[in-house]
Design a protein around this ligand. Sequence first.
Ligand code: PMP
Length: 410
Amino acid sequence: PLPLDVERIRADFPLLSRTVHGKPLVYFDSANTSQKPLSVIEAVDRHYREHNANVARAVHTLGEEATAAYEGARDALARFINAPSRDEVILTSGTTQAINLVAYSYALPRLKPGDAIVTTVMEHHANIVPWQLVAERTGATVKAAPIDANGELILEEYFKLLTPEVKLACVGHVSNVLGTVNPVREIARECRKRGIPLLVDGSQAAPHRRVDVQALGCDFYAVTGHKMLAPTGTGALWAKREHLMAMPPFFGGGEMIREVRFEGTVFADPPHRFEAGTPNIAGFAGVTAAIDYLEGIGFDRLKAHEQDLLAYATDAIAALPGVRIFGQAKEKEPVVSFLLEGAHAAHANDMATLLDLQGVAVRSGHHCAHPLMQFFGVPATLRASLAFYNTKAEVDEFIAAIGRVRKLLL
Ligand code: PMP
């Protein structure tokens, strides 16, 4: 693919040109949340300036425009993940809401004592805790598939857990801490053989790679807008129609009914059945702009640049004396978690604080993945997470900043 003109791309992201503590910002925290291009910021701004009204309620022009913006985001998301139908795309506030929707509307009514849900040791808490909550209520259990020292799933062990008691299997497409890309197609194939539906947390995949839910062969796929250039408070759950039709709503209220009577309420069909209340309409106007932006670049070009950056950053970090890198999977997205010798938890946070003084934004901590930290036997890591708008010069600056910070700390 044609190489990215990163300087031109950076000019689209107003925030990237600011300084922090008098230093040019190096933003290496995109796995936490991505920065936003001007087109997204302007789409939100334009919505409030020109089209603001509530969705689905009003027949006046503004109401129709707001509804078109909101429903347009559903179309854009359906295309973006290759959903077979736009009606299978539920708009949510993010991945957390999407997964909780499956937990409470799909899993809770089906689970009995002795049943199980399978997830993995490398998941974000959003793909663990909702399952624990519904398991506790029903007498079911949550089983976690193990990983190896490289941070790759041990597939045979995952498959061994897929016993007849399992009502739902879950996996993250990409680990937010390790960058590991999990073999979702293969997992979906094994789940299908056993008649077990598969939920995929796509939070960290959708910003980096083309997602095709039909090719993956899963049953549920969750994405969050704010990690893929869109505003916070936006996201989606894709689910197969057969599942959605059999799911009672999780939230009740306006916008999700056909008829309300005190003798019994008739719910709307999916997707509106699951979208009670007034959504983040302006945010979803931003989702469409974000998808347009990503597709305008093209994932082949984006990926080539990100993989090149990942290799460059990994080599540079690996060359730091006394470094331990967490996650050396064969296939990774651009995330590097690491610790420096003597850098226990306090040091990871001190490092991040001192790096901030140098203008470098990285995350330190457990990254909402306690079980993964327990596996590696550390309370925290430092995480540099990159995006297509980052450069090798920033990696160099980051490494130089670490050198300066180490002198102060170690
Ligand atoms: N899953 C993964 C893998 C994540 O990285 C995150 C965000 N850190 C989430 C779920 C939760 O996403 P949100 O907060 O947008 O709901």
